[in-house]
Design a protein around this ligand. Structure first.
Ligand SMILES: *Cc1c(COP(=O)(O)O)cnc(C)c1O
Length: 389
C-alpha cells in the first residue's frame, strides 16, 4: 500500500526506485557494526568508485547521511582556506548559484574579493571555454566550482574540456564538480579527467531514496585538506572526522562517528549493483547505463522538437543533459495538471529568469533504462496530447 499516488514519477529526482531497492528499505534494523552491514557499506563504497571512474585505491569515496546540498558544505568546510583562497564558480543555473551562495556566505571571509561568479550569458547556455581561460589567467584561483548538469536548465557542461584547460593553464587550482544530476547517467571519469572533488546524492540517477550525500575526493584534495590553516568548518562535515570512518569501512572494518542509516546504505548498495550489472548495446556496467540514458533522452528530445515543435531550454542536443528535458511551453501549469490527471508527475521551471515559461521532465534510472515500464514513451504520448489542449 502506498501513501502517495504518483505511479509515474518523472521529475529530476527523486526518481522511481526498482523493487529490489525498495525491498532493502523494508528490512528490520541491524547493528551498524555487524559484519553483514559492514560488508554492505564496504561494497557500496567500492562500487561508488567504479561509477565515478575512480577504480584505483587512491582518494576516498563519500557516503554520508544528508542530501546533495550537504556536498556544498563538505567542499566549503574542507577545501577552502577562508582567509585567503580565491574561488571561481561557473554558473549555469539555479544549482550553481546555490553552490555559489553557500561558499560566498559561509566559507570565505570576504566574498567580494575571494569569490568570482562566471555566469552563462543566458538561461540555457553554458560558459564558454575562452571566457574560463581568460578568467583563470586574471588571478590565481585555488578552487574552481562547476555544475555538471544544472537541473534547472538541463544544460550539460563539458567538464572534461574544462578540466583539461584548468590542468594546462592553472595546474594548482583544485576542481570541484556538482555531479548530483549526472552521476549514473552521464560520463564521469574522475581519475582520467583529474577531478578533485565530486559531490552527488542518492535520489537522482542512482535510483536510491533521498537521504545520502555521495562523492569522490582525490589525493590532491586530501593533501589540501591537511594543509589548510584557516577553515570555517563544522563538526559534522569535517573530513578529519569522516575520512577515518570511510577508510575503515572500505577496508571491511566498522567504525563509529555518527550512526550510518543502515537501510539506506543497503538500498544504495543494490542500486549501485544494478547500475554496474546493467546491459545494453553489447556493453555491461556504467557505460551501458549511460548509453541507454542517452538513447532515451535523444529520442525524447527529438520527438519534442520535431513532432511537438517545442523548444528545449538547453537549445541543441549537444548542450543537453541526458537525465532530464527542460521544455518551453505556452502554459506550464495546465500542461503539468493534464499530465498529473493521466498519472504522470512532471514539474515546472526553477531558473529565476524563465521560471514561469517551461516544464521539466526527468528520465533517469529505471524509467529511462527499463523499456517495459513504458514510463517515458507513455509520457511522450501524453505530453503531445497535453500540448494540443
Ligand atoms: C538536486 C540537486 C542538488 C541538491 O540536492 P538535494 O539532494 O536536493 O540537496 C544540487 N545540485 C544539483 C545539480 C541538483 O540537481
Amino acid at each position: 500500500m502506498s501513501l502517495h499516488d504518483q505511479t509515474k514519477l518523472l521529475i529530476p529526482g527523486p526518481i522511481k526506485m526498482s523493487p529490489e531497492v525498495i525491498g532493502a528499505l523494508g528490512q528490520q534494523s541491524v547493528s551498524h557494526t555487524c559484519p553483514t552491514f559492514t560488508d554492505s557499506f564496504r561494497d557500496s563504497l567500492t562500487k561508488l568508485r567504479r561509477v565515478y571512474g575512480a577504480d584505483s585505491t587512491k582518494g576516498i569515496p563519500l557516503i554520508i547521511s544528508g542530501s546533495g546540498t550537504l556536498g556544498f558544505d563538505l567542499v566549503g568546510s574542507n577545501l577552502i582556506d577562508s582567509k585567503k583562497d580565491n574561488v571561481l564558480v561557473l554558473s549555469t543555473g539555479f544549482f550553481s548559484d546555490e553552490f555559489h551562495e553557500a561558499i560566498s556566505q559561509y566559507y570565505v571571509e570576504d566574498a567580494s574579493k575571494q569569490v568570482t561568479r562566471l555566469g552563462a550569458p543566458n538561461a540555457g547556455a553554458t560558459v564558454s571555454i575562452d571566457e574560463i581561460e581568460r578568467e583563470l589567467g586574471s588571478k590565481q584561483y585555488d578552487l574552481i566550482v562547476m555544475t555538471h548538469v544544472d537541473t534547472s536548465t538541463g544544460v550539460l557542461l563539458d567538464v572534461e574540456s574544462i578540466a583539461n584547460l584548468v590542468h594546462k593553464v592553472s595546474p594548482d587550482t583544485l576542481i570541484a564538480v556538482d555531479t548530483v544530476c549526472s552521476l549514473g547517467c552521464e560520463t564521469i571519469e574522475f581519475d582520467k579527467w583529474g577531478l578533485d572533488i565530486c559531490i552527488s546524492a542518492s535520489q537522482k540517477a542512482i535510483g536510491a531514496p533521498p537521504g545520502l550525500s555521495l562523492g569522490m575526493v582525490s589525493e590532491n584534495a586530501l593533501k589540501k585538506h591537511e594543509s589548510l590553516s584557516s577553515k570555517s568548518g563544522s563538526y559534522y562535515t569535517s573530513f578529519t572526522k569522516w575520512l577515518p570512518i570511510l577508510r575503515s569501512f572500505e577496508s571491511g572494518k566498522s567504525a563509529y562517528f555518527a550512526t550510518p542509516p543502515v537501510q539506506m546504505i543497503d538500498s544504495l548498495r543494490i542500486a549501485l549493483t544494478q547500475i554496474l550489472e546493467y546491459s545494453f548495446d553489447n556493453q555491461t556496467g556504467i557505460h551501458a547505463r549511460i548509453a541507454k540514458h542517452k538513447q532515451t533522452s535523444d529520442n525524447f528530445k527529438t520527438a519534442v522538437v520535431e513532432q511537438m515543435k517545442q523548444e528545449l531550454v538547453s537549445g541543441s542536443l549537444n548542450n543537453s543533459a541526458h537525465g532530464l528535458t527542460a521544455i518551453y511551453v505556452k502554459d506550464p501549469p495546465s500542461v503539468i495538471q493534464y499530465m498529473a490527471k493521466h498519472g504522470y508527475t512532471i514539474t515546472g521551471g526553477i531558473h529565476k529568469d524563465i521560471k514561469s515559461k517551461y516544464i521539466r521532465v526527468g528520465h533517469m534510472g529505471i524509467s529511462a533504462c527499463d523499456d517495459s515500464l513504458n514510463d517515458v514513451s507513455g509520457c511522450l504520448q501524453t505530453l503531445s496530447e497535453a500540448l494540443k489542449q
